[in-house]
Write a protein that binds this ligand. Sequence first.
Ligand code: AMP
Length: 283
Amino acid sequence: MKLIRNPDELQLLALSYRASGKTIALVPTMGNLHAGHASLMDMARPQADILIVSDFVNPTQFGPNEDFDAYPRTLDADIALAEAHGVDILFAPAASAIYKKNASTFVKENSCSQGLCGRSRPIHFQGVCTVVNLLFNLAQPNVAVFGQKDAQQVAVLKRMVRDLHMPIKMLVAPIVRESDGLALSSRNQYLTAEERAVAPKIQATLQQLATAIAAGERVPANLETLFKTTLAGTSDLFEPQYIEFVDKDTMQPLEKIVPAQTLIAVAVYMKTTRTRLIDNIVV
Ligand code: AMP
């Protein structure tokens, strides 16, 4: 595996691969790689001749009071994990190499990005679209793989690729969870032992909503109440930020649950550490 830090070097190499007829798959990540990221690599590996993983904590997708500085950076462990999953190139640039001084061009999606996480993180998806566009230009992928864990990100990026006629196949990998149901996330390590112990209840409660829907419940407000009362009844460590019922492709709010087309997405703060956990389910 090759470790590349210089964007120009990556682009030259990627262009030479493409010119010689080789195909490229890209898995963008912010590093601190875990089994969720590994599942994306495993999905991407058979899709192309060359597998590139980017490992970059992107400053433009963090708000001023978010965890950019605290975000875990573990390049040595990331190299080992990427190598073990057949990655050809790990691209780990410095922010100063990625963003030109006085960079003034950004990519903004204006529909799928508005609700859910976009409401409380107004610049987040602009940062995501910009960096993913930029990584596409550097890595020249035929295929890119993203995780359903960030369902809104998937919808926003698919829309960007469609709207801007990018010749890239977008693949989505299912959410990888701990054995107790908690979705794997680099942010789980911020949790206290007490928070970690109750956190799986977020997914368990989403499953309860799915059961209620299977039994005929179609009213989002009733399901929202069920979600909030169930979490509150479990632990006072939960502070739900949002629960939204949206079309799984457009992220637009639904007045009534549409079976097989509804994404229920949640963000919940854990009160002690103010860690914000997200999860979702398609029902
Ligand atoms: P991140 O490093 O958190 O920006 O994530 C990089 C990619 O890995 C994104 O496409 C995420 O959706 C995906 N990802 C993160 N956690 C998981 C997980 N638990 N299961 C599946 N994919 C994940």
